[in-house]
Design a protein around this ligand. Structure first.
Ligand code: IVH
Length: 701
């Protein structure tokens, strides 16, 4: 089954009314909120749209079995948003249009839980679980206890309150007695139903569960953050917790949070004889429940479930840290009761830690393409986080000093999510006294040139641009898939080309010959020809790939794209002044300095000239010549949430449209963000077509 999140793209783009609405929120015209009076047909249509949208969201996000296309779903959402915009009195707190967030709070209100939110005791091995199981068998007077086993989700616990089937409040666990009101943030979770469905919905339902981020969503989110130059999150758990505790719910809405429910608190109007029955009921009411749950009897059954889950751990789409074992029967639970903060009827059987002890064989230093010197620990291989780890980064000189890692040390190694393996800490108690502090090199281990640290930077660099390690790194980067995409030019080959002095700059790649290549170790005629073909093919490239391939310090793919779109030509970029560069989207003084500095180096200008002379021809980004904005005059008004005014203007211009400041008869389209005022009124008077932000972004594609 594909994780739901893989397809969140289009369904994330929903309309926004922005404005906060009261909580009472029954469907129907709210008299207190003046506005035009809807007809009974319009009221009925709003109700029908909400029912349909809830149904399709359930099919899509909870059952992973959509019945309609994303476009059809978006169209329903747009229609609802338009009706709500026209008749603000019809807007309710639980309308699906409200998922985009909008409320900005000063602080979170405290919420007392009607029933204490308990935590779980932990066991770590067979003996400890046997002890737990024996205690229960004795207390219940049975041979084998029927349990339900569930993955222990690594997120944060929350409680949802549904009254008459409507989601009215959501809170964090807090100290178990009093939590914090995060209702507005929870409403933005796409798989959290705003109203319950099905038979026998209780008048009051307090339901508890875990908010988490799927591994794939986490990766994607971090990649986006990195592309924007923002700090990525350390792990999914931290990012889920951080995202839910945002005072601005629009920030939460932009984060890919998911939820699974697994327990209930106070319930009025339903009873459950067993946990199995309870989870089935929750599912029947449309609540997302983890399908990975199983009934197990006694120690043997639970051990098997634990072992099976552990084996699956790394293949699961979310992070877990153990197996939760719960007594199935409600009457058994009541007999067992609780100790101060945790129930006697459940326990978390934790998995072995993802941090393992191993030994540092050696400390190496690597020289990257920009000369950056990175210390690296070579380890005795350990299996951690689903892979065998034999190297761990020590990041930089300061980090190495701070951790004081030495050759021969015993260390804890961790690998979390998509993060590269790292050393958590040294087990100093295991030192023999023979370990000596590592001396960071003052000269490059490859070319012996002096190593320097820029005034404030943590990174030490080799100062020789002709250093073979730097050159090999630049070649590798140049050839990489998202740069010039030279198939077959890997690390080893780059090193060999540099070592044999076959290349002294990336431009030399285009001068390689068959005899030169076949002279290399393990290089047959066929692979040599393949490589030459791949190099020749790379000449036809795009400007953004070309700029990225140059390896300008700090210029990643996103910046290369922005530069290509702005300058559209190599010469224009080469001639751009510091001020010109700062006019490019997302480029600040630091980046402008770095780019200008790069092109001021005669060597770099020479390489660019040689590349072009060799026939490399970077094509400028295509201008869209026909589309919804071509030849149109567009006016932007109100506050746009998903993009800045500048970005919206640029996007329209790139599509051949013109952006104007005022509405007139010549205006073709008005994009109305939040709190649009007189321009919107004027556009309506003149019969100018008005787009909501969601409609606008949909047209941008
Ligand atoms: S039941 C009374 N079930 O683990 C039992 N908890 O260490 C209350 N957790 O605070 C919790 N997955 O945040 C339960 N399937 C699961 C769980 C789970 C994760 C978390 C939850 C709780 C913590 C206790």
């Amino acid at each position: 089954m594909r994780p739901n999140s893989e397809r969140q793209g289009t369904r994330g783009a929903q309309c926004c009314q922005g404005e906060l609405v009261d909580r009472a929120g029954a469907i129907g015209h709210n008299a207190a909120r003046m506005g035009p009076e809807p007809t009974p047909a319009e009221v009925a249509r709003v109700e029908a749209l909400r029912r349909q949208l809830a149904h399709h969201a359930h099919r899509y996000y909870t059952l992973d079995a959509p019945e309609i296309s994303d476009a059809a779903y978006d169209a329903l959402m747009r229609e609802l948003a338009q009706l709500e915009a026209a008749f603000p009195g019809l807007l309710t707190a639980d309308s699906p249009t409200q998922r985009v967030g909008g409320a900005v709070l000063e602080k979170f209100e405290k919420v007392p839980h009607r029933q204490q939110m308990l935590s779980l005791g932990n066991v770590f091995d067979d003996a400890e679980f046997t002890e737990f199981d024996e205690r229960l068998r004795k207390a219940l007077g049975v041979e084998a206890v029927p349990y339900v086993c569930e993955p222990k989700m690594d997120g944060l616990a929350i409680e949802l309150v549904y009254q008459q089937g409507r989601f009215v409040q959501g809170s964090t666990r807090g100290d178990g007695v009093i939590g914090e009101d995060v209702t507005e943030n929870l409403k933005t979770l796409k798989n959290l139903p705003l109203s319950l469905r099905g038979e026998g919905v209780p008048a009051l339902l307090e339901v508890r569960g875990e908010v988490f981020i799927r591994k794939a969503d986490f990766k994607r989110m971090n990649a986006q953050l990195r592309a924007r130059g923002e700090e990525p999150f350390v792990n999914p758990r931290n990012s889920a917790a951080g995202s839910l505790r945002q005072l601005d719910s629009r920030v939460t809405a932009s984060r890919p949070l998911s939820i699974y429910l697994y327990e209930v608190g106070v319930v009025d109007g339903a009873t459950f004889a067993t946990h199995v029955e309870k989870l089935a009921a929750l599912e029947g009411w449309g609540l997302p429940v983890n399908p990975r749950r199983r009934v197990a009897t006694g120690f043997a059954g639970v051990k098997e479930a634990w072992t099976a889950l552990l084996a699956e751990r790394h293949a699961l789409p979310y992070e877990i840290d153990g197996l939760v074992v719960k007594v199935d029967r409600t009457d058994d639970r009541a007999r067992l009761g609780q100790v101060s903060k945790s129930p006697r009827w459940a326990v978390a059987w934790k998995f072995p830690p993802e941090e393992l002890e191993t030994r540092v064989r050696k400390i190496l230093v690597q020289v990257g393409r920009t000369g950056a010197i990175t210390p690296l620990a070579e380890l005795e291989p350990v299996f951690v986080g689903g892979v065998t780890v034999s190297r761990a980064t020590l990041h930089n000189e300061d980090e190495l000093r701070r951790k004081d890692v030495r050759e021969g040390d015993w260390v804890f190694v961790r690998r979390a999510g998509d993060v590269i393996p790292e050393i958590v800490k040294v087990v100093t108690a295991r030192r023999t006294g023979a370990e000596v502090p590592f001396v960071f090199p003052t000269s490059c281990p490859v070319c012996a040139a002096p190593v320097k640290r820029a005034d404030e930077g943590a990174i030490a660099r080799c100062t020789n641009r002709a250093c073979p390690a730097q050159l090999a790194g630049r070649l590798r980067h140049f050839a990489t898939r998202t740069a010039m995409d030279v198939d077959g030019l890997g690390d080893k080959l780059c090193e060999a080309l540099v070592e044999r002095a076959l290349v002294s700059s990336v431009a030399d790649l285009y001068r390689l010959t068959l005899p030169a290549l076949t002279g290399l170790e393990r290089m047959g005629e066929k692979s040599a020809q393949n490589l030459l073909d791949a190099i020749a093919r790379s000449k036809q490239t795009t400007l953004r790939r070309f700029i990225y391939a140059l390896g300008i310090p700090d210029v990643g793919e996103a910046t290369a794209k922005a530069l290509a779109e702005h300058f559209r030509d190599v010469d224009a970029l080469l001639g751009a002044s510091f001020d010109d560069l700062q006019r490019v989207k997302d480029i600040g003084p630091e980046m402008a300095t770095s780019i200008r500095g790069f092109f001021d180096e005669p060597d770099n200008r020479a390489v660019v000239a040689q590349l072009l002379a060799a026939g490399v021809s970077p094509a400028p980004p295509e201008l869209v010549t026909s589309g919804p904005f071509t030849g149109k005059t567009v006016v932007l008004t109100g506050t746009l949430i998903t993009l800045t005014r500048e970005a919206a203007k640029e996007a329209i211009e790139r599509r051949g449209g013109k952006v104007s400041g005022s509405v007139s008869k010549k205006t073709d389209l008005l994009v109305a963000g939040e709190e649009a005022g007189s321009k919107l009124t004027k556009a309506r008077e003149l019969g100018v077509k008005v787009l909501t932000e969601a409609e606008f972004t949909a047209l941008l594609g």
